[in-house]
Ligand binder design. Sequence first.
Ligand SMILES: [Zn+2]
Length: 135
Amino acid sequence: MRDRGRSLVDFICPPRVIPRGDRIEAAAEPNGVTVRVEPNNLQLIGNELAIVWNDGSESYLPLELLRRACPCASCGGEPDVLGKVERPQVSYTPASYELAGWQLVGGYAVQPRWSDGHGTGIYSYQYLRRLAAAA
Ligand SMILES: [Zn+2]
């Protein structure tokens, strides 16, 4: 290996800084503080479900992503603890990605009703936020 010696760059290199993204993620899920996150408003905008949360943040969930992530037993979209998703064979039609309506369940979840008649998936608020963060 060739020794290039010390150049001026070695002295003026700035110290490593924490990337901005890391701080935002830490703020989104504060440790030790239990904040009950609920939607203030749900709205269908185009082909996305828009959610305004009571902490002021907003989530936009494309309907196709939302449907494919349906956590009910027959769709099995929710990843297990290891993050693996074992999906059963599910066939979709264009109506599968159309939202016919939804209802809030037990103060912790949203149950969408899809235009193809499917409506057994219960999406917890936490799950919705996780989905939106990954979208
Ligand atoms: Zn389902």
